[in-house]
Design a protein around this ligand. Structure first.
Ligand code: NAD
Length: 267
């Protein structure tokens, strides 16, 4: 069994990760971590996840939790780099699902991987979304630059970052195919007399409301037709199950920084 620690264990994703690990034939819950002031310190992680006592109490001592662990899954909204550094020091593989990480943090992941760490970092761990990324790549390649590309995403009303990491990833994929630049060529929303759409832009639109787990649509439109590629997640388990697959992938992987396209063999 792969001894796995969940960081951000009291969060929406953390609880589903614990529940899925409890049901897994290959992973076992070895530790559960939250920030020091969390009201859930000392609570049994299984009870927190609604799957009954697992004998693993939530702790804020990250280094101690990772000692002897094979893998850590981190979907926490803070302290991610600290966690990956601690995992690297202890030879523990790291699966990172947290979104909106600054470029400097992702650059640190690459440095740690070059020095022997095994890391999967992906803004969306769902199999369907990773297939969508491939389909968007293929559509952008086939259609060329004269199809107007627009991205629409919707998430629950508690989501803190916008656009979603997945929407960013989809835009980056189109930019890569077209030789465009995300920072210059992605246009976030439109308001007022903005003029006609330019030939060189990808529209990005973030909707927030209710308990939507995650919807993403990429539209390619030209005079006479439009293609829409959509994915709708209805349960967080889709991300949790992807994270568990990433842990299994890293158990046999060489040091490196991977994404879900690597895990799923979509490259
Ligand atoms: P959440 O707010 O419900 O949970 C985050 C948890 O992290 C909280 O319990 C919080 O206390 C904990 N936390 C914050 N700082 C911490 C620290 N320093 N150490 C330990 N724990 C800490 O959020 P959520 O809905 O579970 O989402 C968490 C993250 O995962 C977000 O960035 C979200 O965008 C991302 N996400 C990624 C995927 C994916 O497939 N990659 C899917 C869903 C959500």
């Amino acid at each position: 069994m792969i001894k796995t620690v969940v960081v951000g264990a009291a969060g929406r994703m953390g609880r589903r990760l614990t529940a899925n690990i409890a049901a897994s034939q290959t992973l076992e819950l070895y530790g559960a971590v939250e920030y020091a002031e969390s009201p859930f310190i000392g609570t049994d992680a299984g009870e927190l996840a609604g799957v009954g006592k697992l004998g693993v109490a939530v702790t804020s001592d990250l280094d101690a939790a990772l000692t002897g662990a094979d893998a850590v899954i981190d979907f926490a909204t803070g302290g991610v780099l600290e966690c990956v550094k601690s995992a690297a020091r202890q030879g523990c593989a790291a699966v990172i699902g947290t979104t909106a990480l600054p470029p400097e943090v992702r650059a640190e992941f690459a440095k740690l991987a070059a020095n022997g760490a095994r890391i999967v970092a992906a803004y969306n761990m769902s199999v369907g979304i990773n297939l969508l990324i491939k389909l968007v790549h293929d559509a952008a390649s086939t259609l060329g630059c004269n199809y107007d590309a627009e991205i629409v995403e919707m998430h629950h009303n508690q989501k803190k970052d916008a656009p979603s990491g997945t929407a960013v990833r989809l835009a980056e994929e189109i930019c890569a195919v077209r030789g465009w630049d995300y920072d210059k060529d992605v246009r976030h929303g439109r308001e007022g007399m903005v003029g006609a759409r330019s030939d060189r832009e990808i529209g990005m639109h973030s909707l927030r409301g209710g308990d939507v787990v995650g919807d993403h649509t990429v539209i390619f439109a030209v005079n006479g037709e439009r293609i829409e590629l959509s994915h709708k997640a209805s349960s967080r388990d889709t991300f949790a199950k992807g994270a568990l697959r990433a842990v299994e992938f890293l158990a046999a992987a060489k040091p490196g920084l991977y994404d879900m396209q690597d895990v799923l063999g979509l490259k």
